[in-house]
Design a protein around this ligand. Structure first.
Ligand code: NZQ
Ligand code: ZN
Length: 390
């Protein structure tokens, strides 16, 4: 295991009707004028937005609002939010929604405290150091942004999807009420489940040895997802299954399962080009890319893949041919994704083979560049993985 420090100071308030506490929580973290930031209308239709406003009003917290965040959130909404916050003297941003609303809120939080263009943090020109405090009321278990110090935004100029990371954008609090996720369509639920599993796999495939504790934590999250996801696809109102998935989504990405080990993250980078170009759901893109990536890199450490196959997918170890076991595990992952309604190839996703050169180019490795923790990939490897996903 490698040395690490782990500091994850988000306050999580979990359970039924907990959104009623958001006003008090904003006050606890020093907010007096809030920007409520939300997406395309699900929180309006469900009545959640009204309940959030009621809670803020009861706590004596002033607010203004900005809705309209799209999935794969765009820079235009961020610029709008920064301007509004400055005009209204906002001192706290409350995201009500999924990863997209939360990531957009984090970007606004950074932009308000910065003299330059907020995109500097996403293009790698500047490092996040200061931001307005952010809180969240989560409505979908997926991205894990409710507990992460990450934000992913697509710039409309060039449709580049890029991430920024920093402790200052980790939410001060997150309200996780599993009841709020019962209105999700089955497809969106499955996209979220795929993303949660992908966050674990990005950490599970590592070159670091002697990481039993985090290996076992990863496997526990994956096993729970395999058990609980079909339940909510069948019955969207299964509260206990929704609750387990919601907590899994947070655990999968606040890095408690990834400390002390090298991580990969190439599947995410390769997927982000798909969701930037086709505006598909991030989880759906991962369902197409991650099994292809696994197949492409399996030889790098056959025994690690065989371990996944046996411990997560209940495959029987073939000691005479461990690669066979490893491939069975990857096939089991793909079948699971298919069973919950995920696309598993380019055409099911609506992606085109002819776009592969463009995808590789925007991935932006150049001729000699390499990326990834578990296996270092070149542009040619990235192209091969897109082709494997056809
Ligand atoms: O916009 P509304 O109307 O709210 O509808 C949303 C949206 O259409 C809908 N939805 C959310 N909660 C709902 C609901 N519909 C009915 N009932 C509910 N309770 O679901 C759709 C997707 O929402 P979105 O916020 O886009 O989902 P998700 O949480 O999957 O976020 C995806 C974004 O997060 C990024 C992804 O790349 C993508 O842009 N990621 C962020 C990460 C982070 N910040 O740490 C890490 C991830 O790996 C990921 O890259
Ligand atoms: Zn993800």
């Amino acid at each position: 295991m490698e040395n690490f420090s782990f500091y994850s100071p988000t306050k999580f308030v979990f359970g039924k009707e907990t959104e009623s506490r958001c006003g008090a929580l904003v006050k606890e973290f020093g907010g007096s004028k809030v920007l409520i930031h939300y997406g395309g209308g699900s929180v309006v239709r469900s009545g959640l937005l009204d309940r959030v406003k009621k809670s803020l009003t009861e706590a004596g917290v002033q607010f203004c609002e900005l809705g309209g965040v799209t999935p794969n959130p765009r820079s235009g909404k961020v610029y709008e939010g920064i301007e509004l916050c400055k005009k209204e003297n906002v001192d706290f941003i409350l995201a009500v929604g999924g990863g997209s609303s939360i990531d957009s809120a984090k970007a606004i939080a950074l932009g308000v405290c910065y003299d330059g263009d907020f995109w500097d943090f996403y293009s790698g020109k500047a490092r996040p150091k200061k931001a307005l405090p952010v809180g969240t009321v989560l409505t979908i278990a997926a991205a894990g942004s409710e507990g992460s110090g990450d934000s992913v935004i697509t710039h409309e100029n060039g449709m580049l999807k890029r991430g920024a990371s920093g402790e200052c954008i980790r939410p001060k609090f997150s309200i996780l009420n599993p009841q709020l996720t019962t209105t999700l369509p089955a497809y969106q639920t499955a996209c979220g489940a795929t993303d949660i599993m992908a966050h674990v796999f990005e950490r599970y495939f590592t070159n670091t040895t002697d990481v039993q504790t985090t290996d076992r934590l990863c496997e526990a999250v994956l096993l729970s997802m395999i058990e609980e996801t079909p339940k909510v696809i069948k019955d969207p109102n299964d509260y206990q299954a929704r609750a387990n998935i919601m907590w899994a989504g947070m655990v999968a990405h606040n890095n408690i399962v990834g400390v002390g080990r090298e991580q990969d993250w190439n599947s995410h980078g390769i997927e982000h080009e798909l969701s930037a170009l086709y505006d598909c759901a991030h989880g759906a893109g991962l369902a197409v890319i991650m099994p292809a990536w696994m197949t492409y890199v399996v030889d790098h450490n056959v025994m690690r893949f065989a371990q996944m196959a046996c411990r997560v997918w209940n495959c029987k170890m073939d000691f005479s041919d461990p690669k066979k076991t490893a491939l069975e595990g990857i096939a089991a992952f793909r079948s699971f994704l298919k069973s919950i309604g995920m696309p598993i190839n380019f055409s099911e996703l609506g992606a085109k083979e002819s776009d592969i050169p463009y995808l590789v180019k925007t991935f932006g490795l150049g001729e000699t560049g390499k990326t990834g923790g578990f296996v270092q990939l070149t542009s040619k490897d990235v192209e091969n993985i897109y082709r494997l996903a056809l």
